[in-house]
Write a protein that binds this ligand. Sequence first.
Ligand code: GLC
Length: 785
Amino acid sequence: MHEDTSFAIHPGMGQQSGAVVYRDIGREMEHQKVNDIYLFTCENGRVAIQFYTDSIVRIVMNPDGEPELDRSQTVVAEPDNIIVKEDFSADTYSLKTSKIELKIDREPFRVSVNDLEGNELVSEGERGMAYRENGEVIVYKQMYKKDHFYGFGEKAGFLDKRGEVNEMWNTDVYAPHNPETDPLYQSIPYFMTLRQGKAHGVYFDNTFRTSFDMRSNADRYSFHAEGGQLDYYVMAGPKPKQVLEQYTHLTGRMPLPPKWAIGYHQSRYSYQTEEEVREIAQNFIDRDIPIDVLHLDIHYMNGYRVFTFDNERFPDPEQLIKDLRGMGIRAVPIVDPGVKKDPEYPVYQEGVRQNLFCKYLEGNIYFGDVWPGTSAFPDFTDEKVRNWWGRKHAFYTDMGIEGIWNDMNEPAVFNETKTMDVEVMHSNDGNPATHRELHNVYGMLMGKATYEGLKEQLDGKRPFLLTRAGFAGVQRYAAVWTGDNRSFWEHLQMSLPMVMNLGLSGVPFTGPDVGGFAHHTNAELLVRWTQVGAFTPFFRNHSVIGSLYQEPWQFGELYEAIMKKYIQMRYRWLPHIYSLFAQASKEGLPVMRPLFMEFPEDEKTYNLNDQFMIGDNVIIAPILAPSVEDRAVYLPDGEWVDYRTGDVYQGRNTYLIHAELEDMPIFIKRGTAVMQADWVSNQDKTWKSITMDIYAGEQGESYRFSYYDDDGETFAYQQGRFLAMEIEVASKADAVYLDIGSQSGDYTPAYRQIDVNLIGLKQGQDVIIKGVKSNGDHKLSFSEW
Ligand code: GLC
C-alpha cells in the first residue's frame, strides 16, 4: 500500500534474513559410462556429464532421480563424437578432451572445468551442486577478483554484471526501466566470464524462473532455479568470439534477414488510419528520407482482434500495402497472443472448438485481460497450435505483408502478477507442464509459430519477425526490440550496454525504440538517438499514444536535415552492415559489439558503456547527454582515423573529441576498410555501385573482411546465389595491396566491380590491386557468372 513512499523501508517492515539451507549433492559413491555419458551416483542425487564438442561440456543434476537429457526447449545441437581420456584411478577423477579437462573431486562431489594449461574456468569450492525439497536447484562457483560477467540477455544497467543479481522471468515492464529494474521482457540464462583476457561461457538450460547471483559473496557466484534440473553447459572459449560461436552452436543462429529489415523503420502507437499511414509514407518520399518499413500498431485491428483490419479506419488494406510497396515501403503489423473472447469471432471460435487455448489441468480455459479485453491465449507449446497460428498469417501474407511484430508475448496480462496464472497447464508436445515451468519460452514459441508460418506462405521470400519476449534461441526466429523505454537521455545511455549484452547473448538483431517510447521526446534527444540508431542492428523510431509525434521532420528543418543525413548514412553503410549480418548468421557473432570483444586483453574496455563497435574495425562514440559537444573517447590498440575529418589518432589513449549536434564521432581502424553504397531513392534501393573505403596504413597492417551480397529477399542464397569475397588489404610503406583471397557463390549483383577509394594514402605510396599497379582509377573486379 505504501510501497511508493519511505514507508517501504520502515524499520518494522522486517527485512528477513534467515539463511536458506540447501542439501549438498554429497560424496560420490559410484560412476558408470552409458552411451558416452558419464553418470555419477552421489549421496544425495545423480549427475550426468556429457561432452558436446571438445570445448563444450554439459553437466546435469536431477534431484528427483535420473538426469533427463532429452527435454531441452532450446538446444538444437547434437553431441559430437568426442574422444575423452578418462582417468578414474586417482582420488580426483579426470576427463580430458583435446581442449578441456574436467576434474572431479569425490568427497564431496565437486566438478571443475579447466583449460589444458591448468587454468580453471569454472570450479567449485566449499559449496557445489545443491537443492531443496521444494524443487529449487542451485550451484555455486568460485569467483575471482578479475572476473567480469556479460550477457544475461536483456538487462538494464551497465555492461559488466559483476555485483549484480539477474533474474530470468519474462516481464512486461512499462514503469520506467531503471538500472535495477529486473527482469525485463527477454530471459537468456547465459553469461560470459572474462578473466584476464580469456573468456568462457555458461548456459543454464532451465526454463523456470532462474537467478544469477554475482553479488552476495566476494569469492563465489551462484545460479539457481525454482524447479527442474540443474542442467548447464560450460563453453571454453577462450576468446570471447569463440564463446559466442560455441553458445550459438548450442542454441542456434539468426537466419539471414531480408535487406529491407535492416533499413529504417518508422512506427507509432498508432498510425490510426489508412490516410495517416499514407501521409507518413508520402512525407518520407517527398523529403527523401530513407525508409523501408512502417509499423501498424494495435489500432489497425477491429477491436484489437488479431487477424482483422478495422473496416472504417483501414477500408482497403490490400491497396494500402500495394501502394506502399510502390513507394519502396513495407508494412509490418503487430500481432499479440491474446485472442478476444467473443463468441462471434472466428479465431476465438476455432481456438475453443479445436482445443487450442491454454487451459487449467481441470479443463477450463485461462482468460486474462489485455488490449481486446478478456482474452484466451493460444498454447504455443503445442505443435498443432503453432501450425494453426502460423497458417492464420495467410491473412496477412495474402495481402503482400512479409513481416510481423509480436508484442505482449511474455505473455503480458493486465493483473497483479502481470502474466498468466502459473498453474495453467501447457500441452508441451506431449509432456504437459505448468506455466511456472514454461512461462519463459511462451514468447519464443509464439515467434517460432509465426516465423515458420510466414516462411511457409512467403514462397521463398525471407520473413521478418520482431518480438518483445524471448528466451535463449530467440535469434532463430526474430529480431528483438528492448520494449517500453522512455524519452530520457538516461535511456539512450542505457540502450548501449543493453544492446551489446543482447548481442553477447546470441541475439544480434536488436535495438531500442529510437527517440524513446513513453514520455515526450525533444529535438536534441531525437537527433542524438537517431545518430546512434543509424548504427544499431535494429533501427526503429517508435513512440507511445499521447506523446509528441517524433517522425524525423516534427521538430523543424534544421533537425530534419541532421536526421536525414544519419538515416542516409545508415543506407550508405548497408553493404558493410549486411556483410556483418551474414557473418552473424554464420558464426553467431554480434553486429554491434563491446570493445572488449576485439580487445580482450585491454582492461579499459571491460566496462566501456558509452562506445561500441560495428564489426571489428569501427568504433562509434556517440554523444549521449544534452548540450554536450565534447566527449572523451577511448581508442584501443592501433591507429584510428576520424571518419569525418581523416585525422589519425594513436590508440591506447583517451581523447577529447568535439562533435556538434550534426556530428557523431566515428573512428575506423587504420589499415582496414569499410564497404559503402550510394543512396538513390526510396523507390529504388538496389545498390548500383559499391565503394570500398580503404583507410590506408603504412606499417605492415593487414586486414581481412568477408564481403557478402545476395538478392536480399529470398532464400536463393541457400542454393549458392550469393557473392562472398574474402577481401585482403595489406598496407606497407611503399604501397597498399588489395586482393581477393577467395570468392564463392554465383550471384551477380547490379554493380560489376567495386570502386576503391583510398583514404590517407601517402605521397609516393602505390596502390596494387590483384598484383597490378593501379593508375589512379582504382577498381576491384570480381569474377562473374
Ligand atoms: C506495448 C509495446 C509497444 C506498443 C504498445 C501498443 O506497450 O511494447 O511497443 O506500441 O504495446 O501495442
